[in-house]
Every structure is written in C-alpha cells, then in structure tokens.
Design a protein around this ligand. Structure first.
Ligand SMILES: Nc1nc2c(ncn2[C@@H]2O[C@H](COP(=O)(O)OP(=O)(O)O)[C@@H](O)[C@H]2O)c(=O)[nH]1
Ligand SMILES: [Mg+2]
Length: 253
C-alpha cells in the first residue's frame, strides 16, 4: 500500500529512491509516519548520519558550498543526503550556479541524494522537516545530511535544534555585521565560514567576527574558516572543523 510505514521502511532500507521520495513528500506535508519499531531495531546502532546545517543570507554561497562539500565527502567515500529550502539543485548545476562553479557532481552517483523541501511559509520553515526526515535518511544509511536553510533570523535559531553542527556562512561586504548581532545568529553558530574569501574585505570581516564573538563567552572558541566555495578552497579545513565539533560531542539530539 502506498504510504504504509512498514513497507516504506523496507523499501528505504533497500535503497529505493522512489520510496525515499515518497516519504519525504509526506515529511513535507507534515504527515510522515514515525519510523516503524522493527526498522529502528534492524538499523545499525550508532550509524546515525551527521546532520550539518548551512545557514546564511541569500547569495552567501550556501548552494555552492553544498556542491563543494558533496564533492569533498564523496571523494572521502562518504554518502550524502542534501535537504534544501532552495529548489535549485547545486548538484545538477542549473541556471543559478551556471558556469561559475567549478565543482561538478555526477548526477548518476548513487551515494548522493538531493531533495528540496517546500516549507510552506510555516514558522520554523525547513527545520520542522529535518527531524522526521533524519530518521528515514538514517534508515537508508547516509553518512552525512547537509541542510541548506535560507535567510537570516529566527529560522536559523530553530534549525540549531535539529542539526548536530551549524555552520554560518558570511561574506565580505554584505553589511551583515549589524544583522548578526540583532538576530542573535552568531551565538547559535558552531562554526563560521567566511565564504567568497577571494573577494576583498575578508580579513576585515574576520576581525569583526572575532571581536563580536569574544563578547559572548560561549562563542569565544567558535572556529572561523575562510573558504572559496566556488573553487573548493578551504573546504577540507571546514570539514575538519565540522568533524572536530562532532567529536567534541556537541550534539543536540
Ligand atoms: N566570488 C565568489 N563567488 C561565489 C563563491 N561562492 C559562491 N559564489 C557566488 O555567489 C552567488 C550565490 O551563490 P549561491 O550558492 O547560490 O548562494 P545561496 O543563495 O546562499 O545558496 C553565485 O553567483 C555564486 O557563483 C565564492 O567563493 N567566491
Ligand atoms: Mg541556495
């Protein structure tokens, strides 16, 4: 039966992409069944994916970073699912990313799954879908789940609750500085990535961020990593920082 949790679970476990698409449509509608008990028991314990949130203003380079991270992680032999609030898939390099991006992802690669979730303007947006989606993606056996969230503000704070590691993307020259503090955004970031570090102003932003972070005792140790998502520069270092964060056990669920 379509939508039957036990059958869906069996199919997802057998890595049936259509079953995964079906379950994520239910997630999108807020109607995802909980993972059946039997599926929970057969799932490998400890094989939970590392859920990484990528937050930042529109145009900060989140989709570009998704593509660069996926490329890096696939080379490392890790499987990756992407949940995005941006319908533009970074993996197929559509009009938005166009020719600018050097990283190319093989659309036929079975170790990648991309899904954009419409959030229907609900408060909390994508963050409400991540929790239910995570269990099903774990059942499939993904190593990493990347969550791309749009905008700055409350939604990011909510996303903090459903990801293991939250990376905040900032860029030089965006005038974001004021907003970070207003929205309380830097306080919820585990790692800050300064993207577009190929552009002037990256050092200035780094100093401003360091100064702002030093005011909050819990944020003084937050790593600031300079990256150029468009070329993949700094992406291995960013992944190192994400892994170190996970190893320190800063998991929220
Ligand atoms: N110069 C420069 N441009 C970048 C870099 N990363 C992304 N971009 C560009 O920034 C724009 C927005 O990127 P996108 O990934 O769509 O941002 P998103 O809205 O946060 O998902 C695109 O034109 C990208 O090509 C970078 O490292 N350097
Ligand atoms: Mg995007």
């Amino acid at each position: 039966m379509r939508g039957d949790p036990a059958q869906l679970a069996a199919r997802v476990q057998n890595r049936d992409r259509r079953a995964l698409a079906e379950i994520l449509s239910l997630v999108e509608q807020g109607q995802a069944p909980p993972l059946p008990k039997a599926a929970q028991q057969t799932g490998e314990p400890g094989k939970r994916p590392h859920v990484v949130g990528l937050a930042g203003s529109g145009g900060a380079g989140k989709s570009t970073l998704v593509a660069a991270l996926v490329d890096h992680l696939r080379r490392a032999g890790l499987t990756v699912a992407v949940l995005a609030s941006d319908p533009q898939s970074p993996l197929t390099g559509g009009a938005l990313l166009g020719d600018r991006i050097r990283v190319r992802i093989d659309p036929a690669d079975d170790g990648i799954y991309f899904r954009s979730l419409s959030t229907r303007g609900a408060a909390g947006g994508l963050s409400h879908a991540v929790g239910p989606a995570r269990d099903w993606l774990a059942l499939w056996g993904f190593d990493v789940v990347l969550v791309e969230t749009v905008g700055v503000g409350q939604d990011q704070v909510d996303v903090r609750k459903v990801v293991d590691t939250l990376v905040l993307l900032v860029t030089p020259h965006t005038g974001d500085e004021v907003q970070w503090e207003k929205a309380g955004v830097i306080e919820v970031a585990d790692i800050i990535a300064i993207n577009k570090s190929d552009l002037p102003g990256a050092d200035r932003v780094r100093h401003q961020l360091r100064a702002a972070l030093s005011l909050a005792p819990q944020s003084a140790e937050v790593p600031i990593i300079s990256i150029v998502a468009a070329t993949g520069q700094g992406v291995p270092e960013l992944w190192e920082a994400i892994q170190s964060h996970a190893k320190r056990g800063h998991s929220t669920f």
